[in-house]
Ligand binder design. Structure first.
Ligand code: ADP
Length: 742
């Protein structure tokens, strides 16, 4: 087999996380013994060749993980759209012996890649004919392997749940929305905010859901009436009357009315000013959405996709069709390149043809779910209660440690329940509060503003009821006529609910449906691949570690960063992958003396070879004896004059902060689904106790009777943890190059 020489290229619009993908491609290729090149400035660089095509080594991609944009540059290239340009590009690749390319870009770039591959044989033949290359060289380059990664902030690509850059763009949008909301609320103002996304309403829709906006206009679901301006103005007016201090409309750049007429921000502004009789401010978010540091998710997505791309190229056979790597249900997925591009373009086509039903059906189920949820959340008041329908009294409480997103979930649950005509009760201070009778009826506006707030507005604590607590809780359930309970929380919340279930024989009041909604920064709950709060904590860790790394300056220093997670290494591993930590210590694997000796030797040889920064991430319970301070002392002592060592225990900053967009989106979805499930159970007089979550791509309500079977009770974590299989990728990419920088 011919030796693989791989080139990586970023093309089209830049997206945060592209650097992580480039880093992963370069380092995985090197580790597998392949030569690897970067083509600077997109396809234009491929056409120009020369200095634009550079061989990469381990260090060429050091220190880029945390940078926004793409360090190898991107460009739009008209020359590559021509056959002459592509022939020239082929010649340049052959000159370097490159026989595989990894293209990171949007559907335009991937279309270009596909055309290039289809033409490859004829381009090579033309190069022989013109005498540019010999027949022998042509034979060596009979085929070109191509793998695509979708780098696009729009999240518009068919077949993948997320594209590289979309999550960070949502971060920028929610940050801006939070800022706008606070000023809008102070002055009781109306704002129209325009976000990017081309033909895709993903950023607008999720941005609206995450920020608690009042209305959204997206290309896939135009307003269903012609006088939408009147309806919108009426909605905002009703919202004000109901007590909202701000009115915010999010507009996707591709928004149109049901006749296909473009809706711009000035039109919305004018329409609202005329109808509301007040000034309406417009904010066009523009390129800030492409800017800033990549989120933890985008860094890890780029990393995992880049790793997989090299794996595919190295195993590619000449006849293999090009693939694109997508992510589906948390796993990398290989999609046929051209088919996926065509399906992506079919959505744009459906919108252009005003076939909105089809456009919506081509988006993912979470997209249409989110749209439905948003339509409930944005109502100014709930649907009036239907007197003919039986209503239930559903209580919502938070339990366990605070997790960012708890309020978002409670808000969604309360509004969903009220909108269905039921009574929603809020319990303050967890199970302790329930025992003490801290129960109050919630209304539509009791949860106003909760969509974006960190912490727990209901109040939470870690108390697990026992003994006489059960009497008190049973009494309060009866006194308040509670028909069902939604318990939003972490490990102790699950334990508390489990304890109630076990004590049902003694306390008939506990024979009601109860659902646990996973909310814990530790991501250590069974039945769900993600718990609400973990993504926020991960981003807090990444942000803190970025700063810590910068503080090292010119000194030679090793940091041992301790992160939370109890006995679950999720935050340590994913935080380590997103920051380029060279070593991650987790409770799942433990730490041995031999490990530490190895690590000391690696650190010493690395610093001797010129490295300036060491980064080790340690889960708080990785080992009870080899603590963070022990490790620091050991490394310091052994490092002598070569390097010094500093601990950084991140502590509670990981539990605080406003929830990340992903946590808010999940919290909205989970909150509504849990109440829906409780209502169904109430309607059939059921008493099921369950813990819900997202697993293998679907929402599952697991029977609480299985709780003990699926957990590792000693370490308070699920027996199965999906993310553990990613460990080797994180280690591979951060291992030491000659003068390594993370
Ligand atoms: P994106 O990849 O973000 O969708 P563009 O659509 O602008 O961005 O495409 C980026 C580049 O990909 C273009 O400038 C061009 O060089 C190349 N490209 C796009 N479409 C084609 C095509 N049909 N044939 C050849 N090259 C293309």
């Amino acid at each position: 087999m011919t030796q693989k020489k791989i080139a990586v290229i970023t093309s089209g619009g830049d997206a945060q996380g592209m650097n992580a993908a480039v880093r992963a491609v370069v380092r995985t290729s090197l580790e597998r013994g392949a030569d690897v090149y970067a083509i600077y400035e997109g396809y234009q660089g491929m056409v120009e060749g020369g200095e634009r095509i550079r061989k990469m080594d381990w260090d060429s991609v050091g220190g880029i993980l945390q940078l926004g944009g793409t360090t190898i540059g991107t460009a739009r290239s008209d020359e590559f759209r021509t056959r002459d340009g592509r022939r020239q590009a082929a010649r340049n690749l052959i000159e370097h012996g490159i026989n595989g390319i990894i293209v990171i870009g949007g559907d335009g770039s991937l279309t270009g890649a596909n055309i290039f591959r289809q033409e490859w044989a004829s381009l090579v033949a033309e190069l022989v004919e013109s005498g540019s290359i010999s027949a022998e060289t042509a034979q060596e380059h009979a085929c070109l392997s191509i793998v695509g990664l979708v780098g696009s902030i729009d999240n518009d690509f068919h077949g993948t749940d997320m594209t590289i850059g979309a999550d960070t763009a949502l971060h920028r949008i929610t940050e801006a929305m939070d800022a706008i909301t606070s000023t809008a609320a102070s002055h009781q103002r109306t704002f129209v905010v325009k976000v990017m996304g081309r033909n895709c309403g993903y950023l607008a829709l999720m941005g609206a859901l995450a920020s608690g906006a009042d209305w959204v206009l997206i290309p896939e679901a135009p307003p269903d009436v012609d006088n939408w301006e009147d309806v919108l103005a009426e909605r905002l007016r009703a919202g004000r009357k109901a007590g909202r201090r701000d009115s915010i409309v999010i507009l996707a750049e591709g928004a149109q009315d049901r006749h296909g007429k473009y809706i711009g921000s000035t039109e919305v502004q004018k329409a609202l000013e005329e109808r509301l009789g007040e000034e309406v401010r417009v904010t066009v978010l523009g390129h800030v959405q492409r800017g800033g540091r990549p989120s933890a998710f985008d860094r890890n997505l780029g990393t995992l996709m880049g790793y997989d791309a090299v794996d595919i190229i190295l195993n590619a056979k000449p006849e293999d069709e090009p693939v694109v790597i997508g992510i589906k249900n948390n796993r990398m997925k290989r999609l046929p390149l051209m088919e996926s591009v065509l399906k992506t373009q079919a959505v744009a086509q459906a919108i252009a043809e005003k076939d909105y039903e089809r456009a919506m059906s081509l988006r993912s189920s979470s997209f249409s779910d989110a749209f439905k949820t948003l339509r409930t959340m944005v109502r100014s008041l709930p649907h009036p209660v239907d007197p003919g329908r039986k209503h239930f009294r559903i209580a919502v409480l938070n339990a366990g440690a605070p997790a960012p997103g708890m309020n978002t979930a409670a808000r969604a649950a309360v509004r969903f329940g009220l909108d269905q005509g039921h009574v929603m009760l809020g319990i303050n201070n967890g199970f302790e509060g329930l025992a003490a009778g801290e129960v109050k009826e919630m209304n539509w506006m009791s949860v106003s503003g909760w969509a974006s707030m960190g912490g727990s507005m209901l109040g939470t604590n870690r108390k697990v009821p026992k003994g006489k607590d059960f009497y008190e809780i049973a009494r309060e359930i009866e006194k308040n006529h509670i028909d069902a309970i939604l318990c939003i929380g972490g490990w102790t919340a699950y334990e508390a609910v489990h304890a109630m279930m076990v004590n049902r024989a003694n306390f008939p009041a506990f024979n009601i449906p109860i659902v646990c909604l996973p909310a814990s920064i530790n991501n250590n709950l069974p039945g769900s691949e993600f718990s609400i709060g973990a993504d926020t904590a991960l981003n807090s860790i990444v942000e803190a570690v970025d700063k810590i790394k910068m503080s090292a300056g010119a000194t030679r220093r090793c940091f041992v960063v301790e992160v939370m997670g109890h006995h679950c290494g999720y935050l340590a591993l994913m935080g380590g992958m997103a920051t380029g930590a060279e070593r991650v210590y987790m409770s799942e694997e433990g730490v041995s003396l031999r490990d530490l000796q190895n690590d000391v030797e690696l650190l010493k040889s690395g610093f001797q070879a010129g490295k300036r920064l060491g980064l080790m991430i340690r889960n708080e319970y990785a080992n009870p004896v080899y603590t963070t301070s022990f490790m620091c002392s050991l490394f310091e002592e052994e490092g002598h004059d070569l390097f010094d060592v500093r601990p950084a225990i991140l502590g509670h900053l990981q539990q605080g902060g406003d929830p990340s967009p992903f946590d808010r989106i999940q919290a909205n979805r989970f909150g509504c689904l849990c109440v829906e499930s409780l209502l169904k159970e109430c309607a059939r007089n059921g008493t099921q106790v369950s813990f819900m979550g997202m697993k293998d791509g679907s929402i599952q309500f697991n029977d609480m009777r299985d709780f003990e079977r699926v957990i590792d009770a000693e370490h308070l974590r699920p027996k199965e943890q999906w993310w553990l299989e990613l460990k080797h990728i994180a280690s591979l990419l951060a291992q030491q190059g000659p003068s390594q920088s993370a």
